[in-house]
Design a protein around this ligand. Sequence first.
Ligand SMILES: Cc1ncc(COP(=O)(O)O)c(C=O)c1O
Length: 481
Amino acid sequence: MGEPIQALKKQINLLRGWPSPSFLPSEALKAATVRALSDPAVSVPGLQYGPDPGLRPLREALAAWLSRFYGGVPDPERICITGGASQSIANILASFTDPAVTRAVWVAAPCYFLACPIFEDAGFGGRMRAAPEDEQGVDVDALDKRMRRFDEAWERECPTDPDRVKKLRHRKLYRHLIYLVPTCANPSGKTMPLPRREALVRLARRHDALLLADDVYDFLQWPLDPPPSASSPPSFPSSPPPVSFPPSSPNLRLPRLSDIDARLPRREDEVADPARFGHAISNGSFSKIVAPGVRTGWVDASPAFSYGLSQTGASRSGGAPSHFAAVALWEMLRSGDLERRLRHVIVPALRTRHARVAAAVDALLVPLGVRTRRSSLLGADVYGGYFIWLALPDGVEAEAVARRARDAEALIIAPGELFEVYGDEASARFGRELRICFSWEEVEDVLEGVERLATVVKDVKEGRVPVNECSSAAGSLENAK
Ligand SMILES: Cc1ncc(COP(=O)(O)O)c(C=O)c1O
């Protein structure tokens, strides 16, 4: 009997969507925490229950920082501190949806798959629908048609019983929810251009839908460098130039859906919004710009929406989530440490990683017929986030590749099926796609992973793979993201 492959080869995990340990700011967080605990004016309120909408100084600092990045006038009333993007989705669903009123949750497909269980928990099992994407993100016209058809059926078959509807103060129940990652999406890497964003906001207003945008990769973007000319020695990617903050290219800081909703005049064919909750919110997170373990994020939305979110029962009882972490993050933000690390550590490292991994994909996978996206935003030289999305050649199934990669190469990769919308898989299939993450493993290991993947794609393509009866590749999903 041969030795199991795991004993022969080091496992490489390109499925896990975590930051590299080298991105984690232990020293900066330690300094921020010591400063916070050394001053009773900060430590006492920081160790008590926090105000429902979160630590006021952090809300102010965030509003100022976000407005430097995205433009606009800083308004702390728009900010509600959350326990990170995931927990925030759960609270938004608790406060602004009700399966008796909210007809469906439309999920941009391919989707961030771990959002689906949050929708299930909130009562939307069986009522998630794919919002298919094209090269520019959500196909708004197709979504509009699907929503209209859905509404017609709903109005025929599912009259709402008013006695079963949640009665919540300071909040409203939306008729639909649309979930997406508009910038450097997980998993596709795509960024939606401005006209698409505007069209989506218009659609949300017409259907009284809430656009819930996970804007967790917006700060992790960089310009793509021109390939070095044949005559000059390549200076990149070993030492990329620093990235300015806010970025000089408008392509790197498109307005969020929430910014567009706040600025775009309302039209007559759009649902009235007398209490001004709006139809788009930005769900931000410190997970990718500081560390996932801080479990802190923010919602940037209309003041009415942010206040309503702060009135979610769990926040009224416990105060804002992650309150002490919020104090340390405020210290990191006001001292400039957060921005310095982003500018000098995290973004340059991701940029170098991406350049090297994209070059390896071009050299090893593209000749095998694998297709990939060069830029996050069509027509612009920008990339961002953690992921590269690959389309396999005809006849090569992602599930077979992922299984073979795991069993023969100790390589863990995410097959496209993982990113199909729960319960509506048939509407947007990804059986030929794969996602690889370039942020977690050391870059030399990511490169080795691409090499191993090329071997597997070749083997599967040329039919050299024994029929394998064992479990599906999605077995290796613990701690994925
Ligand atoms: C699109 C998206 N949303 C949310 C999360 C989780 O965010 P948080 O750690 O803030 O809960 C992730 C993590 O990978 C993600 O990619």
